[in-house]
Design a binder for this molecule. Structure first.
Ligand code: HEM
Length: 494
């Protein structure tokens, strides 16, 4: 008898929870209609992500379809599962959100509770963000990073020696390269040198390379995807289970190479040594005291940020150059007699535009996001007004905007010269590959410098050509671990 009563109580609680859950979901379904924002009717629980969840349609392709469905709107709404998200399309509105009203849209979506991620500057909020930015920004100022340029050049020399060695061992004047592997080996040496102050270990896979790959795998694996899903949509559950995105060896790496290194340097009083100017030392010397966890988190964020976007940019530059012989010849003419890259790299105009056009067509980071932290109204030049409320999630789809036919003439055509015509300035004003406003990328200068340097070195010596293995990318998300761009490089005959 008592068992029956217990089952009855449990069943009632269960049905009540389902009812309350259903009420909440259906209530949120009115989110956009109450605000007068155009939106796509959601499905229960899946929102507008049903096709993407079942993998009928890649999330980026799905978003593109929605974007095109709302041609005339300046913004529209979608449901990512239960969560309503405002997609901002209009450039004037985007500038108002990120620049004019930056104090009301200061933060990003903090999807993760993991220490390494949540304490990194990318995810910090409000005064914590400001404190950390003031502490680390001087390290990446142009005048400061110039000190590193000659060190990065040494990494590039080693990179070229490695390519030459591979080619000569194939007994041919040409070679098929996987652009992802070669650039990531170069980047891991740069990171080892600039961030950790460790010497170059070319050829043998260095620890930085292995750990950067591990971070990428953890973020892209099914397991990582499930954890991120819970951290984003059900933070209470992920907190309860103390979910961590990354595997133990990644935390161990940071403990061993950063925390221990800081302890050693403090013990040996290396912190007084201003000559040892790597990022770890810089953070130790800074007057704005940062605790060890925060230091680790910043170094971690530079591992993530310094790797994948530069790698994608380089791969896609190679892809476009391999397909565009004419542009490649123009580049060769510009650089063939240039012997002082460090002094003149800013004057290499066609190289500049090739990188800009690649960043336009293939922004390595597809979307920006901002969270509204204070109710506000934005007014556009034509008098239209948009009201935003605390906790609104705004997404800015860079790749769709930068490939929009309404904004760019023939956007699928790779044309670096779109930045030198009368329209050049206008085009420049509507691309944001490094973000926009006070939360824009901290390291765009150093990122561009590295890609320019490697392209300069390769193009001076080799022709970049398509190979049978060169697949056509369908978007930057294509460049996952399993998809890398392969090209053929062929020794130039002068
Ligand atoms: C081609 C290479 C890169 C691209 C395309 C890129 C792009 C971006 C974008 C789109 C953002 C978000 C900006 C926003 O929300 O408005 C960002 C933020 C950031 N990036 Fe980069 N990035 C690149 C390389 C790097 C490198 C090499 C580093 C450092 C090693 C770096 C460090 C950061 C940091 C720290 C932030 C957060 C800034 C903040 O919130 O204050 N990025 N980046």
């Amino acid at each position: 008898m008592e068992t029956n009563t217990n089952i009855g109580v449990l069943l009632t609680i269960f049905l009540l929870l389902i009812f309350l859950g259903y009420r909440k979901i259906v209530k949120d379904h009115n989110f956009f209609s109450q605000r007068g924002i155009a939106f796509i009717k959601p499905k229960i629980f899946f929102g507008n992500m049903f096709e993407s969840f079942l993998e009928f349609e890649n999330q980026e392709v799905l978003l593109k379809r929605f974007y095109n469905d709302f041609k005339r709107e300046k913004l529209f709404g979608i449901f990512m599962f239960l969560r309503p998200i405002i997609i901002a399309k209009d450039v004037e509105l985007i500038k108002k959100i990120t620049v004019t009203h930056s104090t009301q849209f200061h933060n990003r979506d903090r999807s993760s509770l993991d220490d390494l991620l949540s304490k990194s500057i990318y995810n910090l909020e409000g005064s914590q963000w400001l404190h950390t930015k003031i502490a680390i920004a001087p390290f990446f100022e142009e005048s400061a990073i110039k000190i590193f340029y000659s060190n990065i050049s040494l990494c590039a020399d080693d990179f070229m020696r490695m390519l030459d060695k591979k080619r000569s061992s194939s007994n041919d004047n040409e070679l098929v390269i996987d652009t992802k592997t070669v650039i990531e080996e170069f980047l891991s040496n740069v990171i080892a040198l600039i961030i950790l102050g460790k010497g170059i270990v070319y050829g043998e896979r260095n620890a930085v390379y292995e750990i950067a790959k591990r971070i990428e795998e953890d973020l892209k694996s099914l397991r990582g995807g499930i954890k991120i899903f819970f951290m984003t949509h059900f933070p209470v559950i992920s907190e309860f289970f103390d979910m961590k995105i990354f595997s133990k060896e990644i935390y161990d790496f940071f403990r061993e190479h950063v925390t221990e290194e800081i302890k050693n340097r403090k013990r040996r009083k290396v912190d007084k040594d201003k000559n040892r100017q790597d990022f770890v030392q810089f953070l130790m010397n800074t007057n704005n005291h940062l605790d060890d966890v925060t230091i680790n988190a910043q170094i971690f964020s530079f591992f993530v940020s310094g790797f994948s976007p530069i790698s994608k940019l380089f791969q896609l530059c190679c892809y476009e150059l391999a397909k565009n012989e004419r542009i490649q010849n123009e580049l060769y003419e510009e650089i063939r007699n240039e012997n002082d890259f460090l002094r003149n790299y800013k004057n290499l105009k066609i190289l500049d535009k090739i990188i800009l056009e690649t960043l336009r067509k293939w922004p390595p980071i597809n979307n920006l996001n901002r969270i509204c932290n204070q109710n506000c109204t934005i007014e556009l030049k034509n008098g239209e007004k948009y009201r935003f409320f605390k906790n609104d999630f705004i997404k800015i789809p860079l790749n769709l905007i930068q490939n929009d036919h309404e904004l760019f003439y023939d956007p699928n055509y790779f044309n670096p010269h779109r930045f030198d015509s009368d329209d050049g300035e206008k085009n420049l004003n509507i691309i944001f590959p490094f973000g926009i406003g006070e939360r824009a990328c901290l390291c765009s200068e150093i990122a561009i410098f590295q890609v320019k340097l490697v392209l300069f070195e390769i193009t001076r010596k080799y022709l970049i050509l398509q190979s049978q293995k060169t697949a056509t990318p369908v978007g930057c998300s294509f460049l996952s671990d399993s998809n890398a761009i392969c090209v053929r490089i062929k020794l130039r005959t002068k």
